[in-house]
Write a protein of this length. Structure first.
Length: 283
């Protein structure tokens, strides 16, 4: 027996879970997703993920597959059935199965798939050491504010990082950093936390929104504006945020060590606050 997963109304063993070859997620990457992290068996910021899911669906005129209450119930059932303590719940909605056509099919039920994945989030290998990044051109499409399942560009980016012997890549467009391959990007200079402002150019991270709120509450200076890789290389420190990495320090950018080459104070403090608050507010 493998994991229990959810596919279109059914809880199944992962070996028995099936999706049509006509599913538009499979044929056209016509789908959206969410990843909710689980700590101590509790969901972190579930409501935030549901708000973003609703927005992604509505931007793509994709029907909502289930009510939020039902989606929450499925999350809880998968956590329970799989005894998940730490890791994530992955959710994917696609426009469903129909004969191949570029036009959206009418009257087709969207498809909903969910599964759990065990992961060491709190004591991840990079939490203590930080990560090294390189910069690469941002070759993604123009609606990065929608969390779609077209992930080949970030996948190529992570492979380029691996080939360069580092952990991840930051994406650059028109001379400015947009974000990381799968995270939001920040630099810290002269006590100011600088991160790109929200637009269609980047994903509105659920972790970004919580971390910026905590930073402001702790009287830290936050500036939302684009920054360059030159600024990043001269920064005091840098970090990334995402649901599964929380706040993770960046200790090297394009071969340049930041500060003393160890995780910086601001990133360490924000990670601590984020984890404390998430433990308290997890549902
Ligand atoms: N940007 C991109 C491109 C991402 O893929 C992710 C993670 N899915 C994020 C930012 C961070 O978003 P969140 O904090 O909601 O995980």
């Amino acid at each position: 027996m493998g994991r229990t997963v959810y596919v279109n109304g059914e809880y199944l063993d992962e070996a028995d879970a099936k999706i049509s070859i006509f599913d538009r997620g499979f044929l056209m990457a016509d789908g959206v997703y969410e990843v909710t992290s689980i700590l101590n068996g509790k969901m972190i910021d579930f409501d935030g993920h549901m708000v973003r899911l609703a927005r992604s669906l509505s931007e793509l005129e994709m029907p909502t597959p289930e009510t939020n209450d039902e989606i929450e119930t499925i999350h809880r059932e998968l956590i329970r059935a799989n005894g998940l303590i730490e890791g994530l719940v992955y959710l994917q909605v696609t426009r469903g199965a129909a004969d191949r056509s570029f036009l959206f099919p009418e009257g087709v039920k969207s498809s909903l798939v969910m599964f759990t994945q065990v992961m060491n989030l709190m004591e991840s290998p990079t939490a203590a050491t930080g990560i090294k990044i390189i910069s690469i051109p941002d070759i993604r499409w123009g609606r990065r504010d929608i969390k779609t399942i077209q992930l080949l560009a970030p996948s190529l980016g992570k492979m380029a990082a691996k080939a360069a012997g580092v952990d991840d890549a930051w994406l650059v467009e028109d001379g400015f950093v947009t974000e990381g391959t799968s995270n939001n990007a920040y630099i810290v200079q002269g006590g100011k936390i600088i991160t790109r402002d929200l637009s269609q150019d980047i994903l509105s991270g659920i972790t970004r929104s919580a971390v910026l709120r905590f930073a402001r509450e702790a009287q830290m200076d936050v500036v939302e504006r684009p920054f360059t890789m030159t600024e990043a290389m001269e920064a005091d420190e840098a970090f990334v945020t995402s649901a599964t990495t929380f706040v993770t320090s960046v200790i090297e950018v394009d071969g340049q060590a930041l500060g003393d080459g160890k995780p910086g104070l601001v990133a360490r403090r924000l990670r601590e606050i984020y984890l404390d608050e998430s433990m308290k507010s997890g549902t």
